[in-house]
Design a protein around this ligand. Sequence first.
Ligand code: SAM
Length: 229
Amino acid sequence: MRFHILTIFPDIFDSYLNESLFKRAQKAKRVLIKTYDLRDFTRDPHRKVDDRPFGGGPGMVLKVQPIWSAVRAITMRIAKGRTRRPRIRTILFSPRGKTLTAATARRLARYDHLVLICGRYEGVDERVADHIADEEVSIGDYVLSGGELPALVLMEAVSRHIPGFLGKEESLEEVNGSFPTYTRPEVFVPKHGSRTMRGRGWNVPPILLSGDHKKIKQWRETHGAAETS
Ligand code: SAM
């Protein structure tokens, strides 16, 4: 899987993507991630990526031209010298898009390349949604300042479905859905200053300590949320 991120803030991604699972997956070349600064694709000597909205109103709108040029450059580079046509999906982040679900993530994990367009300001010229993006994705019913956090959320949700992305120890959730987890101690007794709340510890459900794997599986199923929708 190759992620191509179009943004006006490429540095935002450095820290998160160079830690933990993404760091390991990139090193193993299971996932390749490239950020593109939209300013590098402008035709304007001032590298201006935004302009005022037609019809008036506050704020600025990301222009269609740099996005078109960037997507075209990326897709042409991908196609160059290939005999098999790579599966490419172009996604525009928008609070008006279809909400990201586990099913969307699983579906998107089947592509070879995901081109992710991060909006900013008052949004993106609607012609990007109409003519360039294959789909618009929202990560929830709220408005953020940009598409960079949605891009990270989508990349992580998708990557978890790529074979080998998760280590053995993290893979349980993918198989069984999400369920409550506990670790040592079996009883945790919170202390308030020097006072111990005697006899009022927080206990781990006894079934998880029973060693009965069948019952543990049933307990997890009844207490969890399967990753289906
Ligand atoms: N007025 C714009 C609209 O109604 O679409 C909101 C623009 S928002 C301030 C700037 C950018 O952040 C959007 O273009 C989009 O890329 C991203 N964004 C904000 N909230 C989002 C959400 N819930 N899901 C996905 N992307 C979001």
